[in-house]
Design a protein around this ligand. Structure first.
Ligand SMILES: C[S@@+](CC[C@H](N)C(=O)[O-])C[C@H]1O[C@@H](n2cnc3c(N)ncnc32)[C@H](O)[C@@H]1O
Length: 306
């Protein structure tokens, strides 16, 4: 099993920490790569509150950081940030970090069914106790609903044809495994497009069953009001759909006014909440990409609460 190598580690932690004794939030603790570096850079009074949806990631971090009283983790989604702060009697944070998507551990864990490279139950959920597996979507949704998922979350151009074929296939055998889905896609598209099409289809199903984009939007909406002035939000995204949500949210919150240009005085009442620290996203250098393939699509954006 590949160990998860944290992406843009130094860059993200350097941008995140503005006060050594502050209180920080890592919404996607995973296998603790970024959490460990954050803790290393915090003083004795600093704190790190973390979440991860995945029960294995939660268990790993809970055990791994057991002796560090500055660390607390919850096995839940990062959208629970406000509730967690209430439980912890914390009013505001000095920094919020998320490293979106899935870890190498999840990709390699055959039971998760995250990869079309292994034959496994077609599930794709980060927490098997929440929502429905991808197989349920393929077995019960109508062709239009399936096509919409593939198009919206995978930007798959052949979404309609693929969805139609899925609906035909399930009349004979219900979808249960990753290889069943892989087989029908491989029959439909030329060999040179197999990997790209499979990646888009699996990405789309994963985003849908984990409600990833809606949760990211909700999380960003909540987070902006939970950061102290001067504190930062740092987000690592791995595909254009999630990066666009981050970019647009940061840009909107950095605006002082949203009145149409023809209006002579401002009447919108808009309040600027963020200042952009990275106007262009930070991306990994060549060396990091060579050493860690997963880093190749990463984009790091940071904004500061004003
Ligand atoms: C890319 S990994 C994080 C890796 C981590 N930074 C490290 O270096 O070990 C993403 C993690 O976020 C978790 N995750 C994804 N969406 C989540 C959400 N909405 N709430 C909480 N955890 C989430 C996944 O379960 C996964 O463990």
């Amino acid at each position: 099993m590949n160990q998860h190598v944290p992406v843009l580690l130094k860059e993200s932690v350097d941008l995140l920490i503005t006060s050594k004794e502050g209180v920080y939030f890592d919404g996607t603790a995973g296998f603790g790569g970024h959490s460990k570096e954050i803790l290393k850079n915090l003083g004795k009074k600093g704190r790190l509150i973390a979440t991860d949806k995945d029960p294995d990631a939660f268990k790993f971090c809970k055990e791994h950081f057991e002796d560090d009283k500055r660390f607390t983790i919850y096995n839940t989604g990062f959208t629970d940030i406000s509730t967690i702060l209430k439980i912890e009697f914390i009013e505001k944070l000095d920094g919020i970090f998320v490293d979106l998507g899935v870890s190498s551990y999840q990709l390699d864990n055959i039971q998760s069914g995250f990869t079309f490279r292994e034959d496994a139950p077609l599930d794709l959920r980060m927490n098997k106790n929440i929502g429905v597996p991808a197989s349920h979507v393929l077995n019960t949704f109508d062709a239009k609903e399936i096509a919409d998922i593939l198009f919206k979350y995978g930007e798959e151009k052949n979404s309609r044809q693929i969805a139609k074929r899925i609906v035909e296939e399930r009349k004979n055998t219900k979808f249960a495994t990753t290889f069943q889905l892989r087989a029908i896609i491989e029959k439909m598209v030329p060999e040179r497009f197999h990997t790209k099409t499979l990646s888009r289809v699996f990405q789309a199903l994963r985003i849908f069953v984990n409600n990833e984009l809606e949760e990211l939007q909700q999380f960003l909406d909540k987070s902006v009001d939970l950061i102290n002035t001067g504190g930062r939000i740092v987000v690592l995204a791995y595909h254009s759909l999630e990066d666009r949500i981050v970019k647009e949210k940061f840009r909107y919150e950095a605006l002082k006014c949203v009145c149409p240009p023809e209006i002579p005085i401002c009447v919108c009442g808009k309040v600027q909440k963020l200042k952009l620290i990275t106007t262009k996203p930070i991306v990994p250098g060549e060396e990091e990409i060579i050493n860690n393939k997963r880093a190749r699509s990463a984009k790091l954006r940071t904004a500061e609460r004003v």
